[in-house]
Ligand binder design. Structure first.
Ligand SMILES: Nc1nc2c(ncn2[C@@H]2O[C@H](COP(=O)(O)OP(=O)(O)OP(=O)(O)O)[C@@H](O)[C@H]2O)c(=O)[nH]1
Ligand SMILES: [Mg+2]
Length: 198
């Protein structure tokens, strides 16, 4: 298991495409509000408070960039589908995300974060399809695995594999930011993308 990694905050913006940053391979953590994207980033780098987390959905309102070990940029975006923000703000998020995905020449891959207890939302499907069609490497992290029994976790992974692997490329990992379950597997997937690029 990787110990604490060097991680630093680089900047945040509503327009991720325009933020000036070092050309490092970028990993986008995508998913609905409150599924635990920020917590999962903290778990991966083993910092408690790098990315801000909250029990109230809609905590992350901008795209936050973190440099990890001089090797990656991790991008923590606002979650989509958060009911209490206005329709126009939500549309702006989706627009910015799509613009980012279209233009990000440094994008290494996407970690789609979902709550292991819930079925994928329509936006999860749309984004998943987008990634498959655009050949963007994607891994699915079913977070909050600590909330389910082992048996239910395995069932959830199987179900997601069936429903989400449009091109059978996306790996599905049972994850818990609380217990660090799946941390090594997720790191392996990310490091694997890096190997592929070389
Ligand atoms: N039990 C459990 N709770 C978790 C886990 N990961 C995150 N949480 C909790 O879920 C809530 C939301 O976590 P965040 O990391 O802020 O979620 P987010 O996806 O970044 O949310 P937004 O920034 O609003 O899009 C917090 O109360 C976390 O403590 C997990 O693996 N297990
Ligand atoms: Mg967040």
């Amino acid at each position: 298991m990787k110990s604490r990694l060097t991680a630093s905050f680089i900047g945040s913006s509503m327009n991720p495409t325009e933020l000036r940053r070092k050309p490092l391979p970028e990993v986008m953590f995508m998913g609905r509000s409150n599924v635990g994207k920020s917590s999962l980033i903290n778990c991966l780098v083993n910092h408690k408070k790098l990315a801000r987390t909250s029990g109230t959905p809609g905590k992350t309102r901008l795209f936050y960039f973190y440099e990890i070990e001089d090797k990656f940029l991790f991008v923590d975006p606002p979650g989509y589908g958060y009911a209490r923000v206005s329709q126009s703000v939500r549309e702006r998020w989706v627009e910015e995300m799509e613009r980012y995905l279209r233009r990000a020449d440094m994008l290494l891959g996407v970690v789609m974060v979902m709550d292991i207890r819930h079925a994928p939302t329509p936006i999860d499907y749309d984004m998943s399809l987008w990634m498959a069609e655009s050949h963007i490497p994607t891994v699915y992290a079913l977070n909050k695995a600590d909330k389910l029994s082992r048996k239910r976790r395995i069932e959830a992974v199987k179900k997601a594999q069936k429903e989400l692997s449009f091109d059978s490329a996306g790996e599905v990992i049972s994850f818990s930011s609380q217990t660090s379950e799946g941390r090594n597997d997720l790191w392996e997937a990310i490091e694997g993308w890096k190997e592929d690029k070389r």
